[in-house]
Design a protein around this ligand. Structure first.
Ligand code: RB5
Length: 143
């Protein structure tokens, strides 16, 4: 089960991405928003990070207009490693090297087909668990 949330800027892409992921058999916990009314992205970032912190979901996806606000909000939460990706290489590497647990997407930056590929790449990749990467991730938590 993955957690997926958005603000009004990411609503359409979130709905399209959920349909895509469910076709692949990936269950999604949709934390909103659910309408195109203007709303505050930190609220929805925190709904997803709460599910990860409580171990209800291992991974999350956050979508806003640029993906930037969502990534800023998510990365303030201890234990969350959010990666804003607009390409598949970064989406793979951020799982393998950074053990990212949240993927952020900018719905006004990339189109839905690229977003689907980026999300598939992120979800299909896994952490290398190599000592040097574990050490660096540990260092992220120290400040
Ligand atoms: C909303 O207009 C927009 O600011 C938001 O979706 C996001 O891009 C913020 O980073």
């Amino acid at each position: 089960m993955i957690a997926i949330g958005c603000d009004h800027g990411g609503l359409e892409l979130k709905n399209q991405l959920i349909a895509h992921l469910e076709k692949r058999g990936i269950e999604c916990k949709d934390t909103g928003c659910y309408t195109s009314d203007s709303c505050d992205y930190p609220v929805y970032a925190h709904k997803v990070t709460d599910l990860i912190k409580s171990n209800e979901c291992e991974l999350g996806i956050l979508i806003c207009g640029t993906g930037i606000g969502m990534s800023m909000a998510a990365n303030k939460v201890h234990g969350i490693r959010a990666a804003l990706c607009s390409d598949c290489f970064s989406a793979e590497m951020t799982r393998v090297h950074n053990n990212a647990n949240v993927l952020c997407l900018g719905a006004r930056v990339i189109g839905p087909e690229l977003a689907f590929r980026i999300a598939d790449t992120f979800l299909d990749a896994s952490f290398s668990n190599e000592e040097r990467h574990n050490r660096r991730i540990q260092m992220l938590e120290e400040n």
